[in-house]
Design a protein around this ligand. Structure first.
Ligand code: PMP
Length: 405
């Protein structure tokens, strides 16, 4: 991205032009949630102003318009991740709900003694639903350990895999330390044992083009709000065959074909998994975020982020009291670090006084922090609209802080 393109891109994010604590906002908490471009805000507004109606129900014109926009959004999403069919796109509230959906649907097919494998690097959303499933069914949760480099230990993973493994659930990118996990290898190995694979793509989807068919997993899940869309909407993609094998989760309208007190039959994909009135504006405006992203050359956006990340990392490495946490290579979206003899929360608070938004704490990955022997980290996470000048200001502020703390 050249300077003109970057300036133009930033102008599409109105939030970025505000002052925080008398400083221009420098938003480096994109892994928590990204900001929204005008086209997404307008899509939400237009939907409620001009076409609000319930979908798939009525015979009237507005409802037909809402249905067509909602289903068109599903088509856009299918294209965005190269799904084989729009039937494979299930709208959810986000990554968390998508994982809970699968975990709940597996209740009847997982048996006592079956094994589920996750990694040490997971977000709580990719831990707790599996623990709950294990409690319900008597299945056993196995955790892939990390190497001293903090990379996933593939040899240990190979030893955990067996014909008892029913599901492997791993993140594409760690939200806490930014590691890009070798999911292609993880998927290939799981497939050799016949296990199903779910990939938590919450931290990958905004950073490069994901091709679910090329990956070969069974389920890929992500949240809209981390990829310039609104909160309250996310995606469960599943292979048609894998989704068809599952019973529905929530019951209600939309997910049924026929209901009588004696017997209910269920709707087809994708509606079988979408009980109740959906987040119509959410789906439409998330699809708008997708067309916003694909209106750019995504490789150019990815290169911009990679360059910024390398620049940030190099600056941090030069600071004597800073220790970067996590694998030195294969990192995307951000970097986590600690400052010797300083509390993470003090660093976060003092940066905020200069308008710089970072995240401190355990990043919803307490088991990872325990394994690294840390109470938490300071995380700087990037988006397409961040600039080198912002990183320079952040590094300068951090340098000044070192003398204070
Ligand atoms: N997994 C990962 C890797 C995440 O980063 C997050 C959000 N921090 C989640 C799952 C949960 O996403 P959500 O809160 O949007 O459901």
């Amino acid at each position: 991205l050249n300077d003109i393109e970057l300036t133009d891109l930033r102008q599409q994010f109105p939030v970025l032009s505000q002052q925080v604590n008398d400083h221009p906002l420098i938003y480096l908490d994109n892994a928590a949630t990204s900001q929204k471009p005008l086209c997404v805000l307008e899509a939400i507004n237009t939907y409620y102003r001009d076409i609000n109606a319930n979908v798939h129900r009525a015979s009237h014109a507005l409802s037909a318009q809402a249905t067509s926009a909602y289903e068109n959004a599903r088509d856009i999403c299918a294209q965005f991740i190269n799904a084989n069919s729009s039937k494979e796109i299930i709208w959810t509230r986000g990554t968390t709900e998508a994982i809970n959906l699968i975990a709940n649907c597996l209740t009847t097919s997982i048996q006592a003694g079956d094994e589920i494998i996750i990694s040490t690097l997971e977000h709580h959303a990719n831990i707790v639903p599996w623990q709950m499933l294990a409690q319900r069914t008597g299945a056993i949760l196995k955790v892939i350990p990390l190497l001293p480099s903090t990379d996933i230990d593939i040899q240990a993973y190979k030893q955990l895999l067996s014909d008892k493994t029913k599901l492997v659930a791993v993140s594409h990118v760690s939200n806490a330390i930014g590691t890009v996990n070798p999911i292609e290898e993880i998927i290939t190995l799981a497939k050799q044992t016949g296990a199903k694979v779910l990939i938590d793509g919450a931290q990958a989807i905004a950073h490069w083009q994901v091709d679910v068919q090329a990956l070969g997993c069974d389920f890929y899940v992500f949240s809209g709000h981390k990829m310039y869309g609104p909160t309250g909407i996310g995606v469960l993609w599943g292979k048609e065959e894998a989704l068809n094998q599952l019973p529905p989760w929530q019951g209600g309208g939309e997910m049924i074909k026929t209901v009588s007190f004696a017997q209910t039959t269920y709707n087809e994909l994708p509606f079988k998994f979408e009980a109740g009135t959906p987040n119509i504006a959410g789906a439409i405006s998330l699809a708008r975020a997708m067309t916003f992203l694909t209106s750019y050359d995504r490789q150019v956006l990815a290169a911009h982020e990679a360059e910024l990340l390398a620049y940030t990392t190099a600056q941090l490495e030069n600071m004597p009291r800073i220790k970067i946490i996590g694998a030195p290579h294969h990192r995307a979206g951000g970097v986590s670090f600690i400052m010797d003899d300083a509390h993470n929360s003090d660093v976060g608070m003092l940066l905020d006084l200069q308008g710089i938004a970072v995240r401190t704490g355990h990043h919803c990955a307490q088991p990872l922090m325990q394994s690294l022997n840390l109470s938490g980290t300071i995380r700087v996470s990037l988006a397409i609209y961040n600039t080198k000048a912002e990183i320079d200001f952040f590094i300068k502020a951090l340098n000044e802080l070192q003398d204070l703390l």
